[in-house]
Design a protein around this ligand. Structure first.
Ligand code: WTA
Length: 649
């Protein structure tokens, strides 16, 4: 967010409530009902969650405890067993949902497939049988590196079905990043595709997997889905074609039950230090959180067609493409490719053709649509839409208003949902039939969530003041630990305020109690809604033989929220040049992935440091943003370094 938008956020006074028509049909239609349920959910959490768990989940064996909390470790629904895939598929069979579309898929070239719940059962069963034949079962890790195609969803659900733990790695990550994740969790199986369609071309995935797996001894097999038909080298014994393997097995599968706390997936996300963290989510609590929030936040109805633009490589894709929606028996529309292929109206065209009713995307996408021009939107009616959502970063009021007018035609409520990979499900959000929204505010907490804005000592700050955002009580879909690193889990989330979850975000509440998320206050950047740690970028840069030191900072960007600027000092004797800038950008792309390529590389003779040698990022941020360096500079070791950097502007 730019300073300008922060100002406009704090001046934002407009309020938009749901229409009477929306309110009448909503799953929850009054503020009084929200308040009553919310109060119960935080005052008697065990009673509230017990009722939800019984209502919403199919259990094989009933649980005996709702919650055991010994900070920072939570155990939800102890003693109970269930199967997550059964909750997303089998429970709908034998009901009127059996022949309902679970997934409607449109590939970038325009190919369309509809998969009913019954077909989903067959597809997932086949794959589960293949897993069993390959010796992949309970507790084994499976890495999924796929385009946005239905097979990616089948793969996740098949893991859940056999009790294997999936780790989905976004297809834009490099071989190096994929290898690190595979090795960190010790994946035995990697599932991929020959490629995916992106901007009219095949984006090959298998060569990247080959490069990663060459250095990851733990991998026994690579299962390859044929999506594009591009040439793919297959290694005998190790590599298996999906269509060949699934053709030979039964299309039914009897699922075993697993305990509530059985690990469901690991999802790697950037932190403020070191390598990405493997956030671990478990079965029952995660499923309950994603299911309950989907039902109320998206006001799900039997006839909805729901379209979330997130890739399944991110938490939004996990909770709000797969688990939360399919467990509710919803119809999910899924699109493979770029939003502007063949033209900037691709989404609007698909929404009209498929009758999409609920649309969930990120502010960075909304700002891109604004930039591309209203005329692309006007070509389509969008009359099927009834609800809009936003996620991933603070939405600036200007983008909110544009979304409201141009996409929502002033009649669709907008849910601005705040949450994180770690929280598993939506935490602060409007409820569409209830909340009077203020553009730019995520408004109020969801059931069972107790957010507080506090100072460094953990005391709540007065309304209107900014502070750190913490969550006071455990909730069912919270992360349980970081894979293989419980110490880092405690240090990262539960040490600023012992025993209490710290989000890493700053926030404030206004005089009406609305929450306004300010953004990360640690060294994590939010670039186009994607999290990126400055430490990761810096360690990629210093791994380059010509680089001596590097510092990465975010610069406010109208389109991407933040853009990535890196300051680099080179080793002595190295000439700086534009070619070297390009080389360094590509180097970071190769180390981490295209999303991490710096927008700007700046060479410096030295970096501003404290007397104890710590790089002063605060100062670099100001320089990157073209501002005059303000604030306390007395701890700077040498001010001439700053003067030199500023002189370059
Ligand atoms: C930011 C994405 C403001 C926030 C689901 C958080 C938001 C980080 C919002 C998590 C929102 C997400 N308003 N900021 N509605 N949603 N964020 O783990 O800084 O990829 O900590 O999860 O995104 O990003 P993550």
């Amino acid at each position: 967010m730019t300073d300008q938008t922060i100002t406009s956020v704090s001046r934002e006074k407009r309020v938009f409530g749901p229409s009477a028509e929306f309110q009448r049909q909503a799953n929850l239609g009054s503020m009084a009902a929200y308040k009553r349920l919310y109060r119960e959910s935080v005052n008697s959490p065990e009673k509230f969650w017990d009722r939800q768990a019984k209502d919403l989940l199919v259990w094989r064996k009933p649980y005996t405890d709702v919650l055991k909390w010994k900070a920072p470790h939570a155990k939800w629904f102890g003693g109970g067993t269930l199967n997550v895939a059964e909750n997303c598929i089998d429970r709908h069979l034998g009901t009127e949902r059996e022949n309902k579309a679970a997934l409607i898929f449109e590939g970038e070239p325009g190919d369309v497939r509809t998969i009913t719940y019954r077909q989903l059962y067959f597809e997932v069963s086949r794959l589960a049988n293949v897993f069993t034949d390959l010796g992949v079962g309970k507790g084994d890790r499976v890495a999924i590196y796929m385009p946005m195609v239905p097979e990616a969803v089948f793969a996740m659900l098949a893991c859940a079905r056999v009790g294997a733990i999936h780790t989905v790695v976004f297809g834009g990550f490099s071989a190096e990043s994929l290898k690190d994740r595979i090795i960190d969790c010790g994946a035995k199986l990697v599932i991929t595709a020959d490629g995916g369609w992106r901007r009219g071309k095949v984006f090959p995935l298998k060569p990247t997997v080959d490069e990663a797996v060459a250095k990851a001894k733990c991998v026994e097999h690579v299962l390859v889905h044929q999506r594009c038909g591009n040439e793919v080298p297959m290694r005998a014994k190790r590599d298996i074609w999906w269509h060949e393997a699934t053709a030979e097995v039964a299309n039914t599968h009897k699922a075993k039950a697993f305990t509530s706390e059985h690990p469901l997936f690991i999802l790697y996300t950037s932190g403020s230090t070191g390598k990405p963290k493997g956030v671990l989510h478990t079965s029952a609590g995660y499923l309950l959180g994603s299911k309950l929030s989907s039902k109320y936040v998206f006001d799900l109805k039997e006839n909805d067609r729901y379209f979330c633009t997130a890739d399944i490589g991110w938490i939004t894709g996990h909770s709000y493409v797969v688990y939360g929606l399919l467990s509710n028996g919803a119809t999910v529309f899924m699109y493979e490719g770029a939003p502007n292929q063949p033209g900037p109206d691709r989404f609007w065209d698909m929404i009209d053709r498929h009758g999409v009713t609920i649309f969930y995307t990120a502010p960075t996408a909304i700002r891109a649509f604004m930039k591309w021009g209203d005329e692309h939107v006007k070509k389509h009616s969008l009359k099927s839409l009834r609800l809009l959502g936003s996620v991933g970063e603070p939405i600036n009021p200007e983008a909110w208003m544009w979304y409201h007018k141009n996409i929502g035609k002033k009649k669709c409520p907008i849910v601005d949902t705040w949450w994180q990979t770690e929280t598993g499900s939506i935490m602060i959000t409007p409820l569409p039939g209830v909340t009077e929204c203020k553009p730019g505010s995520a408004t109020f907490p969801f059931f069972g969530v107790q957010p507080k804005v506090v100072d460094d000592l953990g005391h709540e700050v007065p309304l209107g003041s900014a502070g750190k955002l913490i969550i006071a009580q455990p909730w069912p879909s919270m992360l349980r630990t970081l894979w293989g690193d419980d110490k880092r889990f405690k240090e990262t989330y539960f040490s600023d305020f012992p025993g209490i979850y710290f989000t890493g975000d700053g926030a404030r509440r206004d005089e009406d109690g609305y929450f306004w998320i300010v953004g990360r206050i640690d060294d994590v950047l939010n670039i186009s809604g994607h999290r990126l740690g400055t430490a990761e970028v810096e360690s990629a840069l210093v791994a380059h033989p010509k680089v001596a030191e590097a510092a990465a900072v975010g610069r406010p960007d109208d389109l991407k929220g933040q853009s990535l600027v890196v300051f680099v000092t080179v080793k002595s004797g190295i000439e700086v040049s534009d070619e070297l800038k390009a080389e360094l950008r590509n180097h970071v792309g190769k180390e981490i992935g295209a999303i991490a390529k710096p927008d700007e590389v700046r060479f410096a003779a030295a970096l501003p440091k404290t007397r104890s040698g710590k790089i002063m990022r605060r100062i670099l941020k100001q320089i990157a943003a073209g501002q005059l360096v303000k604030g306390d500079t007395t701890t700077l070791e040498d001010f001439s370094v700053v003067a030199a950097l500023q002189a370059e502007d």
